[in-house]
Each structure stands twice: as structure tokens, then as C-alpha cells.
Design a protein around this ligand. Sequence first.
Ligand code: NAD
Length: 484
Amino acid sequence: MTLQMVLDEIHKRPGSGEAIAVVDPVTEEPITEFADGGEQAVDEAVARARASFESGVWQAMPGSERAKVLWRIAELIEQHADSLVEIDSLNTGMTLPHARQLVSASAEFFRYYAGWCTKVNGIAHDIQMTGGVTGSYSNLHAYTLKEPYGVVGLIFPWNGPVFNACAKLAPALAAGCSSVVKPAEETPLSAVLLDKLIAEAGVPDGVVNLVTGYGHTAGAALVAHPGVEKVAFTGSTEVGKQIVAASAGNLKKVMLELGGKSPVLIYDDADLSSAIPMAAMGVFMHSGQVCVCGSRLFVQRGVYDQVVEGIAAVADSLRLGGPKEDDVQIGPLVSQKQLTRVMGFIDEGKRDGVEVVTGGYRLDRRGYFVHPTVLTDVEPGMRLYQEEIFGPVVTVLPFDDEDEALALANDTTYGLAATAWTNNLGRAHRLAKRLQAGTVTLNCQTVFDPAMPLGGYKQSGWGYEWGREGIEAYMQTKSVWAQL
Ligand code: NAD
């Protein structure tokens, strides 16, 4: 399926709501538009998902058969990798190597969870004596069953469209759930192709149901729907809180992967030849639109000037441009809305007296490009220091000792990721224990694997995705007791 076929297909998608424009962030020109699916499309999708779940066509299929289908999805993703890369790079402006890496990781998620289809089981207990309210029993056999939740709603953002879809769909399918999938309104295109590939791989009708539309219409209807047992959401902390409130109607379970304001600590004994370029790319890659981006940098005073200079030099060396331009390392922000948000934080910081070491401006060309920005003289009370910007902006503060660095790093409502650069092994592992984040990286940054759980401490999330935890998130546990 080519880009043109996806553009034709999206017009046929169900929806009678407002027309939503899909915009190329490099040219600022519309690529296409589609109708908001809204509540009606959600109702229909949930009904199809419910019917498929109750029929057992997927959930009751032997795990070994489900595994083959998941494996086939991985193969089809790889066969259509060029189209997926073209679509996601056009729709988000991300560089071609970045888009290719995410497409390849998408296939890997399906392969990884294909393996789990045959490996998630309950446990068995032989219980000799126990008291019961209706009498006492002996020789009880007890065991647990792991069962799919049922119909799950999968909602995710625009920053890595096909990857965000696959990271949720692979474990949901492996667990046996039926799903309703709602991509971000800015980037619905690759989900249309993925939907076709999933059907072609042999996932039965009604098991995966795509709904396209706005968050406040289609997304909100999905979260409130009484026919949905669980919502798995990736997005901002602000919307995550709305989802918790909206899910109360049927007390559906909620899993949240939310925002971050991740600290990076560079000690004076660190290997700066690695720490400086990696900390720079850890915040500037994909123009900072990465959930774990290290946007708060803390540097021990002895190497502070050197690190600030080094990060600024990397920022100035990066070539920004669209995916079709040569030698591009960083793409634009995804939308005018995101550009307004990022520049709003920067301009407020300037008014409040932060020092702009480099960047701090929109590029003088078409597209939503912001020069990678390094800010110092930042006060901890400032909004740009406390809130997630989700743009190519890093604040840098000095520290003197380990405790001060930890206090600064942990002084945030977020807890998604944290990084320490130090050659002191003991200190590195002390920090790993004391940093309040779901992911801690030591002398490395922005590393991912489907086998490693991802989850947020504090207001960065509820629950865990990926790894064994990732499939268990789509299953509930039943205890069964039997008198022998
Ligand atoms: P967002 O919260 O605005 O939107 C995310 C998704 O939720 C979109 O599909 C949107 O349509 C939908 N949505 C919006 N309002 C809704 C509502 N009321 N009910 C139901 N759905 C609704 O986030 P965004 O701006 O698209 O994405 C950026 C955010 O995502 C950042 O905060 C980033 O940190 C976060 N993120 C987190 C992770 C992670 O793994 N923790 C990964 C990627 C992105």
C-alpha cells in the first residue's frame, strides 16, 4: 500500500464530525483531511471489538497460533517498511533514519510479544489446611488463571506514530484482547496502513478497530465507554488526569504512560567525550519530542563551563531540515500548536531573565523548526524548569556534591527517566537506587528494548508497558479453588 492509497483510504473512514487537516510540518501545507470519527465511530468500533471478544475468535485461539499471526505482522511491517517510513516522516517531519529505526522497532515488538503468547500462565498451589467461613477444608487445590481483560482502548500521541501503535497493539494482541485504536489527530496516516497489515496477517475481523478523530471527541468517548474494560494511554500528564476522571463511570482499569522532565547528572569524573554528545542528542533528537528526553541537565561545578560550551557546540552543529533534505539530523516540531507551546516557554524564560547560551528562536524558513536551545541562569521556580516543554530545549544548572545533585534531580512532579554520567561505579549504582524515575540510565541515554519495562514514577504514569509486565498489563488474574 502506497502513500497515495493511504491518503485515498483515510477519506473513506467513518465519521461525520468536523474535517481535520493533516499538515506537513516541513512545508506547513495540508497533506489531506479526514472526518472526526467522534462518538458514533467509537460506539461502532467498541461493538465490533466486543462481538469479536465474546466469540472467542482471537482470545480462545491457541497461543501458538496467535504467535504465528504476530510474527506475520512483524514480517509485513518489514515488507512495507519503506511506505511506513515515508508516511511517518512526511506526517511528523522526523528524519528518515529515525523513522526507519522506529519502524524496525515496531516489527521487533511484534516478534518479542509473539514469544509471550505461549508463556504467560498462572501458578498452582496445593493447600493442605485452611479455614473457611462455611466450615473448614483440607486438601484444597488452588490455581490462578491469566485472562485477557476484554475490550481495551489504545490511545497514543504523534511523536512516533507507527511505533506508538505497535508498542501497545503487540502486547494487547498477545494477551488475547480485542481493541479500539485511536491515534493522534495530527498523525493518523500510518495507522491506516498498519490496520491493513494486521488484517492481512490473519487477525480476525473486529479484533483490532481503528478510530480516527480528535482526543476531546473520539478519545473522550472511548475512555467513557461502558463497553471498554481498560484504557492504555500514552500522552501528556494533563490529559492523563482527564482520563482517570472520565474512566470512573464503569471504573475501567487505566494504564498511563505520561510526560517527563527527566534529569541528566554529569559528574566531574565522567567521560565527557561520551557524556556531552549523548546528553545533547538525548534532548535535541527529534526536536525534543521524545518522552524520556533529558531536558534538565545538572553538571558538577568543576566541568560546568566545559559541558555548557560542549552542549551548545553540538546544538549549533546540528543540521535541521525536512526528511527529503540532505544530511539532516533534526526535523521540525510536529505542528503549529507545538511550535507555539515551545516558543511560549522560551519567550517567557527570556522575559524572566534566563541566559540563552544558544538557540531560543524559530528558524527563518518554512516549517516548524526551532534552533536547539541551551538555557542557563534558570531559577527552579520557573515554569520552563518545572513543566514539560517537549521541544529542543535544555536547562543547565551547576551542583557541588552528590546529595545536592540528587535533591535537584528529584525536585519534580515527574518521574519518567533519569541519567547519570560518572566513572565512579559505586556512585552510579547509589544514584540508580535514589533517583525517583521509572527508568535510570548509567553512562548511556535514550536506550530501549521491548524486553525492558517502561513506566513512570510520580506523575509520569500508572503501570508498566513492555517486557513481561507489558503483556500482563492486558491480563487479569483469577484465583480458582477446588476441594479435592
Ligand atoms: P496529548 O495528551 O495531548 O494526546 C495524546 C493522545 O490523547 C492523542 O491521541 C489525543 O488525541 C488523545 N486525547 C487528547 N485528549 C483526550 C481526552 N480528553 N480523552 C481521550 N484522549 C484524548 O499528548 P500529545 O501532545 O499528543 O503528546 C505529547 C505527550 O505525550 C508528552 O507529554 C509526552 O511526554 C507524552 N509521551 C509519553 C510517553 C511515555 O512513554 N511516557 C511516550 C511518548 C509521549
